[in-house]
Design a protein around this ligand. Sequence first.
Ligand code: NDP
Length: 347
Amino acid sequence: MKVQRIVLNSRPGNNGAPVPANFRLEETTLARDLKDGEVLVRTLCLSVDPYMRCRMNEDTGVDYVTPWQLSECVDGGGVGVVESSRCSACSEGDVVTSFNWPWQTNAVMTGSVLQKVDPQLVDGRLSYFLGAVGITGLTALLGIREKGNVTKGANQTMVVSGAAGACGSIAGQIGRLDGCVRVVGICGSDEKCRALVDNLGFSAAINYRQEDVPSRLKECCPDGIDVYFDNVGGAISDTVITQMNSDSHVILCGQISQYNKDVPYPPPLSDEIKETLRRKNITRERFTVLNYMNKAEAALCELSQRVQSGQINVLETVVNGIENMGDAFCSMMTGGNIGKQIIKISE
Ligand code: NDP
């Protein structure tokens, strides 16, 4: 059968912004006959995520993800349906996901790397398995629970950067549900600010591209900041940390503002910010969701229930067609998405 796939065409360089031309669409032929343990899947949705930027380098700089190879099929989070199976764990019609789904319209995969999922958990909205009821939802929920020290009744203020993105949009809602009295988002457009306040229950939102972040933060957080869910790093995070209360907590989720730079992860802080952390006894521990997968099952149940009951609203930006993977990735990296960026490959 003829299939389309996306391969890595070129690398942006450790110090460069990715461009759509770093990816290339190809057509190839897939043998339909399966070996024992193999499954033929049809791809329904694919995810583009910030961590993929480091997979575009020759060396990812971290031990838990490998670099993509030039002219080879790119992979990442995906969800699809089993079309035929020679694996006892999967049957035709099953909905399955993987963190290493090839960017390909159909694929032959080893059945044992696929997780079977129940469409009822997301009311049939299968793309949620890549976002709110998948790895980004887990990142938000477990990041807050493991590193946030949010306590009901403690009158806490939470700030979220990258607040209108996949993780940030869920993190702010969990912060509110877990008991923060004030949740303030920082993001890159007025439209995103409106979505945070009108659709997701944030108390206030700051457009860092248009507004003066230090003065707006002071206005929006009159009692200071107790918990900071940091998705972006750089100047925005320095500003937030400067306004944090004593004994407060940074959830070091990501540092996207630094991903196109050749710096280690997490990127080094200035002496001034290090001194602020020390003087105010602010914790800032690195959080990696993959280290907490023993808590994933219970957390996914909670996320599913909260989404189904409407306590958590889910925002997505959906693009159609495998040929648009490169554009969608680059768009997400520069703020083109509200909520989770999804690419729909087939119905
Ligand atoms: P998002 O959906 O948040 O998309 C990325 C967003 O980052 C863009 O929409 C853009 O929004 C914002 N952004 C891009 N460049 C900048 C910049 N220079 N300054 C400020 N904001 C910027 O992606 P995810 O939710 O998937 O990921 C969010 C963060 O969480 C990333 O840092 C990612 O690496 C991290 N992560 C960490 C995990 C962990 O285990 N620790 C697991 C999963 C994700 P805007 O318009 O606001 O600029």
